[in-house]
Design a binder for this molecule. Structure first.
Ligand code: SF4
Length: 66
């Protein structure tokens, strides 16, 4: 699973970090970024599922997965 965050769309709502805290965090300005060790976390099925939920809950559709 490859995760893309369109930071030009992100409004810093933080839903991704709340929904999938093992994958997303927020930078000092509140914008979403991937945690450095997110790829290991994605080995877990529950974490993968949480990313799919994050895609759905992002209010500006800034997250896409491949
Ligand atoms: S949920 Fe969407 S808008 Fe909010 S921080 Fe995450 S990527 Fe940005």
């Amino acid at each position: 699973m490859k995760i893309n965050i369109d930071r030009s769309r992100c409004i810093g709502a933080g839903q991704c970090a709340l929904t999938a805290p093992k994958v997303f965090t927020q930078d000092d300005d509140g914008f979403s970024e991937l945690l450095p060790d997110h790829e290991e976390a994605l080995d877990g099925a529950a974490v993968k599922e949480s990313v799919k939920v994050a895609v759905r809950v992002c209010p500006v559709q800034a997250i896409t997965i491949e």
